[in-house]
Design a protein around this ligand. Sequence first.
Ligand SMILES: [Zn+2]
Length: 87
Amino acid sequence: MAGGWARDGAVQDQIDDTISDAVSAARSRMPQGESAQYCDECGEPIPEKRRKALPGVRRCVECQSGKDAFVRHTAYNRRGSKDSQLR
Ligand SMILES: [Zn+2]
């Protein structure tokens, strides 16, 4: 029901345009395909070998491994403090 002010289908056309815009915007943000030339974290150039090995990579080796270590560390700590609370 378009209310009589617009031709049938005009509103739906507009919605479809909005959706396809959103999809292409989301696709351009996806961390795949193009690898970053420079690290998102520290701005250091990412070696081409790494960019080819990991399509869509956004961080240099140091930043990525630092992040992984941080994740492991906090996960370990969370488990540890929970255990000590239970005892
Ligand atoms: Zn970095």
